[in-house]
Each structure stands twice: as structure tokens, then as C-alpha cells.
Design a protein around this ligand. Structure first.
Ligand code: PLP
Length: 441
């Protein structure tokens, strides 16, 4: 007990100093033990996957850019050997095995990982309304939801969400496509171009001086006051979570196509940037259902907004925020600028997450430029946080010990490392230019 208290105190101290760290989750269990303890199940992912398949003809119709994949919104998995070589030259020979990029930065419709959870939740609500109204049966071709009659029906309803930017884009664009009135409550971190883009889709954008929690709180209040309004609750939504979780099954096919092995001798490491926790949490749950103990998932957060590691390390989850330990919550990683984690996600992660890394903002731009130079791929600064994972896996005593204790040391040559690129393709050229020139101390 004393030992545990000491560990918590030392993690909180490091976090409160804004120091970079590697943290290993002491509550992780073997997958066999963990899966029975979770409040989410494989069946929930089955349902989400089937629902997305039912909606594919509708998505294809509303978003012609999904034509190639027949209305399935999915992103490439790309080996990035030049980036791997660069990182190993610049930061030590740390990354063995294969380094790959999961390009959710290039997902259709929303240009970020939010195209998974956000669009899924809008569609799920749409299906519920349409079934209840008798406009649809689950055996119908869902393309009929794009009819004038259906759009007219949906226009009586409002969708609302609080967001640092990307979730708002995803919910706003998807809602407008269905025909809803959409209201997005944007925190101060949200970029002007995202607000402009939403307004061009006819979405109402309400701006707040405060942070993300404030935007969510107000959005929830406004939505609750309107019987025909639905609030997408990023802090607690199981639907968002399941939309993200479907990613893992599709990734399995991509890994197989690339002839990459994942088994007891071939570990898979996945690194995902974390804000409130829904996107990385959902993806992690999905990955564990596919690969169990063979997959090791680490979140990455900014040193000034490490809400998930703070909540998990103290076990206080959403009862603590980064400002409580003297941090600002301010970061260039706008997609990760969240001070208080989702309590729902933190608890689900307890028995399955391997650990976390925190990263200073300056590295986001360095990784961004390196990826552009070596692989000619642009991803936004928030998404670049994930590179801090493979770069630092062997740099911290905690994570080195994780490798040893899990008998992974001699398997690292056979490992695959997936860096989850969570956003970027919609970033306008002027913004990219500004990012390319940004150098922080
Ligand atoms: C939203 C977002 C994340 C993290 O997702 P959460 O659900 O907030 O944890 C990571 N990267 C980008 C670019 C995002 O927009």
C-alpha cells in the first residue's frame, strides 16, 4: 500500500511539473481475466459493424468520396521505413521491427479519427428515429434515408456536440448530410478554419472563451432544454466508443494483407494520441478483442493536458482535472486539449491499457516535419504526438521494465509498431505552412 501511494505521488509530481514521462498501468490484467470485467463486449462491436454496413449505401450516396470503398469509411495502413530510419538516426536506435502509420488523418468526410465515432453515433440515432417513425426497416436499402421525405422528417431534429474541433467537424458534417439542424459548441482551442468549414455546411457554431469542458457543459444544457435535440456526449458516450472500436477488425485485414504477423512471437505495439479518451479507448478495446495479450497499447498526451494518465494513475478518473495539479491544460495539440478525462473510458481502460507517454509540444512540429520530409505525408500536430511512443519506449525505466517483465526483449526485432495518425487531411494549405514554420523551445 505504501509502495503504491509512493508510486502515485511520484507520477503526480512529475505530471504537475510538466515533465515528459512514460507510465505503465499497474492495473492491467491478462486479456482472459480482463474481458469479463468490462462493461462493453464483443457483441457491441458486432452491432456497430453491422450497423455501419447497413448504412454503407447511404454514406456512398451522401459522400461520393467513399465510392471507392463502397460507403465504408476506412483509412490506409502504411509502412513508413524512411521515417523509422530518420527517427533511429536522430533519437537512438530504439525502434526495431516494422514502423507503420494508420492514416485516420485521411478518413473520408471528416479527415480525422472522429469520422469513426462521430459519424457512427449520428447514424445510430438516425436509424432509431427512422425505425420508430416507420420510415425504415433494418432490411431496407438505407439509401432511402436520403429521400426528400426523410430529410424533411430529420429537419425537425437538432444534433448538438461540444468539441475542441474535430468531433464538431465530424458530427456537424454528418448531421447536415442527414438533414438535421446541427449546433456545435466550440472551445477556445478550436481553429477558425474548422468553424468556417462547419458554417459553410449550414452548421451553427457557438464559440466559448473557456476550455472544452465548458463547451460540453453548455452544449449539454442547451440540448437538454429541447425535446427534439440530441446531445453527443463525448465524455460518456458508448456509441462513439463503439464506432471507434470497429477500426480494429478492419486493421486486422490490413495487417494480414501486408503479411505482418501478430502472435506470441510477434508483438504489436500501438500508440494513440488521447484527449478525453473516447477515440483511443474505443480503438484499444477493439484491438484487445482481436489480438488479446499480443497487442500492447499506449496513449500519448501533451505534458500540459495529460488528463487520462492523471485520472488513471490516481484512480480518480473524471474526479480530477489537470488544473487541480497546477497544469494549464493549454497545448498546441488542439485535438488533445482536454483537462478532464472521460470517467467511462478510464474505467474500461484500467484492465487493458499498457501505459502512457506524455510529450512536450515542441516535438509535435519536429515529428510533423520529419514525416513530411521522409514520407511526404502531412498529419496535424495533435496526431504527431503518437510518435513519442515508439521513440521513447526504451528511454524510460518504467516502459523498459514493461518490455522485460512481459518477456518481450528478444521479440522486439519481430515487432510491429503502429503510430495512429488521428487527423490532418482537411487542414488548409495556409495552416500547414504555418505549422511547417513553427519551432518551439
Ligand atoms: C479527438 C482527437 C484525438 C483524441 O480523441 P479523444 O476521443 O478526445 O481522446 C486525437 N487526435 C486528434 C487529431 C483528435 O481530433
Amino acid at each position: 500500500m505504501l509502495n503504491q501511494t509512493y508510486l502515485i505521488t511520484s507520477v503526480v509530481k512529475k505530471l504537475s511539473e510538466g515533465a515528459e514521462l512514460g507510465w505503465v498501468n499497474p492495473k492491467r490484467l491478462l486479456w482472459e481475466e480482463a474481458k469479463g470485467e468490462l462493461e462493453v463486449s464483443v457483441k457491441d462491436i458486432d452491432e456497430a459493424e453491422e450497423r455501419l454496413n447497413r448504412f454503407a449505401p447511404f454514406i456512398r450516396k451522401c459522400f461520393p468520396e467513399t465510392e471507392e470503398r463502397q460507403g465504408i469509411i476506412e483509412s490506409p495502413l502504411t509502412p513508413i521505413p524512411e521515417m523509422q530510419r530518420f527517427l533511429n538516426d536522430a533519437y537512438g536506435e530504439g525502434i526495431e521491427g516494422n514502423l507503420l502509420l494508420k492514416q485516420d488523418s485521411h478518413l473520408a468526410v471528416a479527415g480525422s479519427v472522429k469520422a469513426r465515432g462521430g459519424i457512427y453515433e449520428v447514424l445510430k440515432h438516425t436509424e432509431e428515429l427512422a425505425l420508430r417513425e416507420g420510415l425504415l426497416t433494418v432490411d431496407d436499402d438505407y439509401v432511402k434515408l436520403a429521400s426528400e421525405e426523410c430529410r424533411e422528417f430529420f429537419s425537425q431534429y437538432t444534433m448538438q456536440v461540444g468539441s475542441t474541433g474535430n468531433l464538431g467537424l465530424s458530427i456537424g458534417i454528418a448531421s447536415a448530410a442527414v438533414g438535421y439542424r446541427a449546433i456545435v459548441h466550440m472551445s477556445a482551442d478550436a481553429k477558425q478554419w474548422k468553424k468556417d468549414l462547419l458554417r459553410s455546411h449550414g452548421v451553427t457554431v457557438i464559440e466559448y472563451d473557456g476550455d472544452y469542458s465548458k463547451a460540453v457543459e453548455n452544449g449539454r444544457k442547451e440540448s437538454d432544454a429541447n425535446l427534439k435535440s440530441y446531445f453527443v456526449d463525448d465524455e460518456n458516450s458508448k456509441d462513439l466508443f463503439m464506432g471507434y472500436a470497429v477500426a480494429a477488425r478492419r486493421l486486422k485485414k490490413q495487417i494480414e494483407e501486408l503479411k505482418i504477423k501478430v502472435d506470441a512471437e510477434h508483438p504489436l505495439f500501438v500508440y494513440i494520441p488521447c484527449g478525453v479518451g473516447g477515440a483511443p479507448g474505443g480503438v484499444t478495446f477493439g484491438l484487445k478483442t482481436v489480438w488479446g495479450d499480443h497487442v500492447h497499447v499506449f496513449f500519448v498526451e501533451p505534458t500540459q493536458a495529460p488528463c487520462m494518465v492523471l485520472g488513471m494513475a490516481t484512480e480518480l478518473h473524471n474526479q480530477i482535472c489537470v488544473q487541480d495539479v497546477g497544469l494549464t491544460g493549454l497545448t498546441h495539440a488542439d485535438g488533445l486539449a482536454v483537462g478532464r478525462p472521460s470517467g467511462f473510458v478510464g474505467k474500461v481502460m484500467e484492465p487493458i491499457l499498457s501505459g502512457e507517454f506524455t510529450v512536450e509540444d515542441k516535438w509535435l512540429y519536429e515529428y510533423m516535419r520529419a514525416l513530411l520530409d521522409t514520407e511526404h505525408i502531412f498529419i496535424e500536430p495533435s496526431a504527431c504526438a503518437s510518435f513519442a511512443g515508439p521513440v521513447n519506449l526504451l528511454n524510460y525505466e518504467e516502459t523498459r521494465k514493461y518490455i522485460e517483465e512481459n518477456q518481450l526483449s528478444h521479440k522486439m526485432k519481430e515487432a510491429a509498431h503502429i503510430v495512429w495518425a488521428t487527423g490532418g487531411s482537411l487542414v488548409p494549405e495556409e495552416e500547414r505552412e504555418t505549422y511547417r514554420k513553427t519551432v518551439l523551445d
